[in-house]
Design a protein around this ligand. Structure first.
Ligand code: SF4
Ligand code: SF4
Length: 408
């Protein structure tokens, strides 16, 4: 098979085929826990103190790429890139078409080439993706280490089942910036296996050790027709543990998945017309909690837009996919976003991107109407000079001690 990263003419560029082995531990003192550490109840601090390295990591990851994209000519200025290191998964959430256990994971060469190319193109945030990235913890350790040393704000989404305490220490030691812990329910349901109960011990360790290493943790929860009470409980658990929560509206696939997706019919998770009033009520409850000071990735404005989208009255939201965000598939080919993972259009490869603003605009004319990609709609919402300036000034007024507060 043709290596998709082979450039025109066929010459193989001189890139090492491996990622460097990380030094571990860089911070041996952070590994040692006092006796009873895990068993003591966690009381989150009223105010988390952010040191200069954490503040600089956020600025370098988000603000600098944004400013660069505003002042440089051209359309393609990535801020955030999703690197699909894996397309296999150890779970089977019934709404999820985004994994296929027949697909081999990314090679070290593709990962290294991707990180180098994204860095040269000014991207600041590298989100690992799957499938489940932690199927290969040693590989992920290398990717986190390499990307963090290049200055990326590295973000790991995981269902947590393979997030052992030693894996947490390794990734945090390598410079992981944030963990997006994907949980849809408190106890396992057959259609929603991403649950908190089976990973409670890892969760407690992860939450406690974030203060020592300087990373952040947030829940990532998909609002489905069959987990509305769980979403409320997870919101309270996140609040009690001093972490943020991020919400998605569970959507049926925009692009027809291939035959590997087994749950297209009679899916217990998809929101039907008769469920919408209950979901709207839940979003109102979430908005109240947001106003009461619960930490959330979405602002009240964004949550209100989510509700409008649900009712079919959403406005165009000016998706930035393919311009300021992109995905890198396991083989190094590119696409603008997750929903387009399986689309055959040629958007190029790492080192040879072919995103075209007019093709993207024409495509979004259709797909934006039926899509509320949280990642891209949050990026679109934040891609606004007035909002960014206001956020920066407010942050500066608080001595940059409100890292992670949402833009409004
Ligand atoms: S854990 Fe994530 S990748 Fe795996 S099936 Fe569930 S949603 Fe899909
Ligand atoms: S609107 Fe949705 S499907 Fe279309 S490009 Fe943006 S993220 Fe992708």
């Amino acid at each position: 098979m043709l290596n998709p990263l082979t450039p025109p003419g066929g010459a193989t560029p001189d890139v090492p085929a491996t990622l460097p082995a990380p030094d571990f531990p860089r911070y041996p003192d952070r590994l040692v826990d006092p006796p009873g550490f895990l068993d003591e109840p966690h009381v989150p601090p009223a105010h988390r103190h952010w040191g200069v390295p954490a503040i600089l990591r956020v600025m370098r990851g988000w603000l600098v790429p944004y400013l660069r994209s505003r002042v440089l000519p051209g359309d393609f200025h990535p801020i955030i890139a999703y690197l699909f290191t894996e397309y296999k998964c150890n779970l089977d959430c019934h709404y999820c078409w985004a994994y296929d256990n027949r697909v081999k994971g990314m090679t070290e060469e593709v990962a290294r080439r991707s990180i180098d190319w994204l860095s040269e193109n000014g991207a600041g945030v590298l989100a690992l993706m799957g499938g489940e990235p932690l199927l290969r913890p040693d590989f992920v350790h290398k990717v986190v280490d390499y990307a963090a040393r290049k200055g990326f704000f590295v973000y790991l989404p995981t269902n947590g089942r393979l997030l052992r305490t030693d894996v947490i220490d390794r990734l945090a030691d390598a410079g992981l910036a944030t963990v997006n812990l994907a949980v849809d329910s408190v106890d396992v349901k057959p259609s929603l296996p991403k649950a908190l109960a089976p990973i409670r011990r890892q969760f407690d360790y992860l939450v406690k050790k974030q203060y020592r290493y300087g990373y952040t943790v947030f829940f990532n929860t998909n609002i489905c027709r069959n987990n509305l009470d769980d979403v409320r409980q997870l919101t309270e658990i996140a609040h009690d543990n001093g972490i943020a929560i991020d919400y998605h509206i569970n959507e049926a696939p925009l692009v027809e998945p291939d035959e590997h997706f087994r749950h297209r019919e009679n899916n217990a998770t998809y929101i039907e017309a008769q469920d919408r009033p209950y979901v709207a009520e839940l979003i109102d409850w979430i908005i109240e909690r947001n106003r009461a000071g619960y930490r959330m990735v979405e602002s009240v404005t964004r949550l209100t837009e989510m509700k409008q989208f649900l009712s079919g009255h959403g406005e165009p939201w000016h998706c930035r996919a393919g311009l300021n965000s992109l995905i890198v598939r396991v083989d190094g080919t590119l696409a603008p976003c997750f929903p387009m993972y399986s689309v055959a259009h040629d958007w190029g490869t790492v080192g040879n991107q072919r995103f075209d603003a007019s093709q993207l605009a024409e495509m979004k004319h259709t797909c934006e109407r039926g899509c509320f990609s949280t990642l891209n709609s949050v990026l679109a919402f934040c891609y606004d000079d007035a909002r960014v300036i206001r956020y920066f000034l407010q942050s500066a007024r608080h001595g940059f001690q409100r890292l992670g507060a949402s833009l409004d």
